[in-house]
Design a protein around this ligand. Sequence first.
Ligand SMILES: [Zn+2]
Length: 286
Amino acid sequence: MSESLDRPSETKKATITRWFLRVSAGLVAVILIASISLMLTFTSAKLKVPSVDVGDLPPASPPAGMSVSVLPTGSYQSRAALTFNGGSWSDIRHLAMTALLVRHPKGNLLIDAGAGKNVDDQVKLMPTIQRLTTDYTKAVPAAAQLAAGGIQLTDLAGVIPTHAHLDHISGLDDLGGVPVLVNAKGKRWIDSKKEGTEVINSLHDVNYRLYDFEGGPYLGFPRSHDVWGDGSVVIVPAPGHTPDSVVVFVNLPSGTRYDDDVSGSGQEAGKSSEIHVLPDRKHTIC
Ligand SMILES: [Zn+2]
């Protein structure tokens, strides 16, 4: 009697086991296909760059008191595949985490904020694949360098992040309520809370200040925003790496022109004799 009762139960168990194995195999197959599909989107490829007519050099009248200082806050290593479209997994890029201080009679600006004092915790918020394939080295945060140079946060008119990834905005956390200048499209991306926006959305009380690209074409870019109206600091949209990416052109009274872009702020800046290093007793900070 007990034998005949056990048999249906064993049959049921075997059916459940078969069903479980089929579902598991199906899930493994789906995860495998999804993983391979994701990896294929990162395959190395030559970037096609169309020729662009940059036109004439735009006019600029930077004031005599204008200068640029570089604030190195650390460095960041990442696979090229995670840095730009067509990059290779084997190509390791060494990127600067640098803020640039642009002093201008109408208001001092920071371009990017580099690595801040909370960078160790912020790194943990990055997407897993990025966290596992990147490394970074910390230096002195921008806020501490400004303080050492005698510059108060109230002396800053704003910060212009070239985009909202950790290596550019980590230090915003140390800058209190200094206005953070972003364009509307960039703010929409930040508010979407999509992958890549984890760190900036973890910051508290960011004082966003929206600007428009109300100006005309600039060196091949379709639109522009002239921050002080004198051509000294001009922002142009450069979406691609992220939807909020911009390039900032800084034009000095000497006639020298720089651009600060998404590939690693101010990477070359420290090599220029026209760009100061903070704190630096040879270059008075005022
Ligand atoms: Zn980035």
